[in-house]
Design a protein around this ligand. Structure first.
Ligand code: UD1
Ligand code: CA
Length: 454
């Protein structure tokens, strides 16, 4: 693989059209940063880290790329050609050079492979697209034998000129031995006063091939937030197709929002109005929603997840999450755990087969196996300064509406009576009753009616 192309990714533009304090290439797409897509693709194709051209005004980009790519700074954003001029001499080898715009994230691997093949015997091969909303794209002029003669940026088109419907998609494979001398001959004699990489096409010594893609979606460039939303929709469509072809039923793709890296196992069913984000991986035969929201959830097989919100947690097989529950980060629910309705779990472990009833709240706790946390039971962990933990050993039964005050340990098989406030450890097998004894006042109601409350 070491002989594969070297990749240069252009990411040093100002991204002005995004109207954002955040660098354009760090905006989120499908749960990842825009730039991750081109970096991953280039790494896959080339078998080594790409070189990313970054702006000195956007240190967050280099920080984000730490370890995944080499970076070089383009001192000023003088255009895409100038960005390529920033590539240091040590990188400038004779072999093939893949150049990608970092703001074109949905390019497919097969397409880059086609470009590499087409570049053989040429000074360059570039990707083109037709039938797109062409706003802002460079137009590709071919000669009689079909090679590319030049690219004219939209803003530089002269009135009355013949305008081809073929556009430049911003992905190129150059022959390094011809690119590097030509790049130094660029001028900024154009409407924007920039060094255009596209102008190098006419300066190269040798023919330039164009590879026309039949899928305009993969050439979507992101310059403003409307295009970001368009790319998000395109990526979502791809992700849903991937999952459906892998055996997941998606009842209503139009209301299903699943990030690019999400995995869901075969024979799972996804009901409408679902948002699944980040690095969520679920096993087979799961049933999700309607109206669930999952972020970074690692789950096993046969999960049932109702209209609940789950974040950064791990679920074993056969876990049942009811409706309106919230599972917050650092929670681990082992197999067959079930949550009722309106339950909350945070920073806690629940052992195999344990159940949490409706309106119960389990925070900062280590709960053993086959424990019953009754409806409305709450843990009290925070003393105003420190959060203390609660340990509940196997087989404990916590009655409805119990209040468990940390630090606390409930021994194996112990019981907590309903309505108790428990702030002392309970030995294994004991019953804790922490509540006022009930008294019945005879005839109280009769006397009240008479006005005699004594
Ligand atoms: C560019 C192409 C256009 C093509 C389109 C495809 C040029 C001159 N034009 O236009 O033909 O149809 O892409 O999407 O190349 N960048 C730098 N340094 C700079 C300027 C830009 O690194 O000084 C980077 C940007 O961060 C971006 C990429 O280069 O990732 C493309 O720049 P952009 O300004 O978006 O070019 P387009 O106008 O889209
Ligand atoms: Ca662009």
């Amino acid at each position: 693989m070491a002989d594969g192309p070297r990749a240069v990714i252009l990411a040093a533009g100002n991204g002005t059209r995004m109207r954002s304090a955040r660098p354009k290439v760090l905006h989120a797409l499908g749960g990842r940063s825009l730039i991750d897509y081109s970096v991953e693709l280039a790494t896959e194709v080339c078998g080594r880290r790409p070189l990313v051209v970054v702006s000195p005004l956007q240190p967050a980009v280099a920080a984000h790329l730490d370890g995944c790519a080499d970076v070089v700074i383009q001192p000023q954003p003088l255009g895409t050609g100038d960005a390529v001029r920033a590539v240091p001499a040590a990188f400038r080898k004779p072999g093939p050079v893949l150049v990608l715009n970092a703001d074109v994230p949905l390019l497919r691997r097969e397409t880059v492979d086609r470009l590499i093949d087409a570049a053989m015997g040429h000074a360059c091969a570039l990707l083109t697209v037709k039938d797109v909303e062409k706003r802002g794209l460079g137009r590709v002029y071919r000669n009689a034998v079909g090679d590319v003669e030049c690219i004219v940026e939209e803003r530089d088109l002269v009135d009355g000129a013949v305008v081809p419907d073929e556009c430049n998609a911003g992905s190129y494979v150059f022959d390094g031995s011809r690119l590097w001398p030509a790049i130094e001959r660029l001028t900024r004699d154009n409407v924007q006063g920039e060094y255009y990489l596209t102008d190098v096409v006419a300066l190269l010594d040798g023919p330039v091939a164009a590879v026309l893609t039949s899928d305009p979606g993969e050439t979507l460039g992101i310059n403003d937030r409307r295009q970001l939303a368009a790319a998000e929709a395109e990526l979502r469509r791809r992700t849903l197709d991937r999952l459906m072809l892998a055996g997941v039923t998606i009842e209503d793709p139009a209301t299903t929002y699943i990030d690019a890296l999400v995995e869901i196992g075969e024979d799972s069913v996804v009901h409408p109005m679902i948002v699944v984000r980040g690095a969520t991986h679920l096993g087979r035969e799961c049933e999700i929603g309607p109206m669930a929201q999952l972020t970074d959830v690692r789950g096993g097989d046969r999960l049932h997840i109702g209209a609940s919100v789950l974040e950064a947690c791990e679920l074993g097989d056969d876990v049942v999450i009811g409706h309106f529950d919230r599972v917050r980060p650092h929670s681990r629910l082992h197999s067959r755990v079930s949550l009722g309705t309106h339950a909350e779990v945070k920073n806690s472990t629940l052992g195999t087969g344990s159940r949490v009833g409706h309106f119960a709240c389990v925070l900062d706790s280590d709960i053993g196996q086959d424990v019953n946390i009754g409806a409305g039971a709450v843990t009290c962990n925070y003393d105003g300064a420190v959060k203390h933990r609660i340990a509940v050993e196997d087989g404990v039964f916590v009655g409805t509406n119990a209040t468990l005050v940390a630090p606390l340990r409930l021994g194996a098989g112990s019981y907590v009576a309903a309505g108790s406030l428990v702030n002392q450890d309970v030995p294994a097998g004991a019953l804790a009753v922490g509540r006022a004894r009930q008294r019945n006042i005879e005839d109280w109601a009769v006397r009240r009616r008479r006005g005699d409350r004594g």
